[in-house]
Design a protein around this ligand. Structure first.
Ligand code: NAI
Length: 331
């Protein structure tokens, strides 16, 4: 019998929290034999809803769920956590610019960084989901200097999964047969979904996506903008964020990080740049990574064409601007 792992979900009374908490409690994130204690944090105005979420989690009688702590106290929430999923924040609503939400969020992430640093376990793994995800993660990293920087990541797996799904729909093949797309850069509309190294497993071996799709016009234009704009399209249609697919992607991100990526497969994660592919250190940037024994490493040596280079640099530039804007918002 394994020891339970403590998983913190901030913003747990919100849309993503409601989809994510039961997935974690069912073993989707950490495996079917890993007991879980959920730590759910939200703010005072959401306390009653948060408590209702706790009641439902208890009522679901998940065999892996060994405890639920629902609290508005950030110290209690962070105490002893092994995995922290940072979903809480001030969300972008329809028609709102990401920049409008920046100043509210940097203050939240600065404060929560300190609580995690003081109270989480030493090797706590952090996934930031709340937007602006890369920059929130960077603020968290900078204000929690004792947490190893490799432990602080942000979610671009949803964009990665959306890219796999677009290819699967276009080619009418099972999505599980498509792999090795890449999301480069920011979780925003400047992200670069790159299919140049992506493949499909077919009856006659692995084939390149570019070769199978055989429509560079579509791949270089509509495919990219569809993935970039997918979050906005769902907000427009649902009047709420893409909570189901975001929760699922958060599970995929942590699952692969902790339990490893399949041989020959990489995934996209927002991680602290080590200067790979000429992306300046000091940014949380989405790269292709493989994971083994709980550690990610950036896939090196991929050939980068001129078209890709420009898009990778443009999204890096946006992240640099976001970083300075975030710092100017800090009191
Ligand atoms: P939501 O508004 O339904 O939930 C957010 C929750 O955070 C609310 O319950 C709110 O009370 C809580 N909260 C606010 N301040 C907090 C604080 N200081 N501490 C703890 N909790 C706090 O929003 P939703 O739809 O669940 O989205 C959450 C975030 O995830 C948003 O920022 C959204 O933009 C982002 N998102 C990111 C995606 C990604 O792929 N990285 C995809 C979809 C959404």
């Amino acid at each position: 019998e394994k020891e339970p792992l403590r998983v913190l979900i901030t913003g747990a009374a919100g849309q993503i929290g409601y989809a994510l908490a039961p997935m974690v409690a069912r073993g989707v994130m950490l495996g079917p034999d890993q007991p879980i204690i959920l730590h759910l944090l939200d703010i005072q105005p959401a306390a009653e809803v948060l408590n209702a979420v706790k009641m439902e989690l208890i009522d679901a009688a998940f065999p892996l769920l060994q405890g639920v702590i629902a609290t508005t106290d950030v110290v209690e929430a962070c105490m002893g956590v092994n995995i922290a999923i940072m979903v809480g924040g001030f969300p972008r609503k329809e028609g709102m610019e990401r920049k409008d939400v920046m100043s509210k969020n940097v203050e939240i992430y600065k404060a929560q960084a300190s609580a995690l640093e003081k109270h989480a376990v030493e090797n706590c793994k952090v996934l930031v989901v709340a937007n602006p995800a890369n920059t929130n993660a960077l603020i968290l990293k900078e204000f929690a200097p004792s947490i190893p920087e490799k432990n602080i990541t942000c979610l671009t797996r949803l964009d990665h999964n959306r890219a796999l799904a677009q290819i699967s729909e276009r080619l009418d093949v099972p999505v599980g047969d498509v792999k090795n797309v890449i999301i480069w850069g920011n979780h925003s509309s400047t992200q670069y979904p790159d299919v140049n190294h992506a493949t499909v497993t077919t009856g006659s071996g692995e084939k390149s996506v570019r070769q199978l799709v055989a429509d560079d016009q579509w791949l270089n234009n509509e495919f990219i903008t569809t993935v970039q704009q997918r979050g906005a399209a769902i907000i427009k249609a649902r009047k709420l964020s893409s909570a189901l697919s975001a929760a699922s992607a958060a599970c995929d991100h942590v699952h692969d990080w902790v339990l490893g990526t399949p041989k020959g497969t990489w995934v996209s994660m927002g991680v602290y740049s080590d200067g790979s592919y000429g992306i300046q250190p000091g940014l949380i940037y989405s790269f292709p990574v493989t994971c083994e024994k709980g550690e990610w490493s950036i896939v090196k040596g991929l050939k980068i064409e001129e078209f890709s280079r420009k898009k990778m640099d443009a999204t890096a530039k946006e992240l640099m601007d976001e970083k300075s804007f975030a710092y100017s918002c800090l009191k």
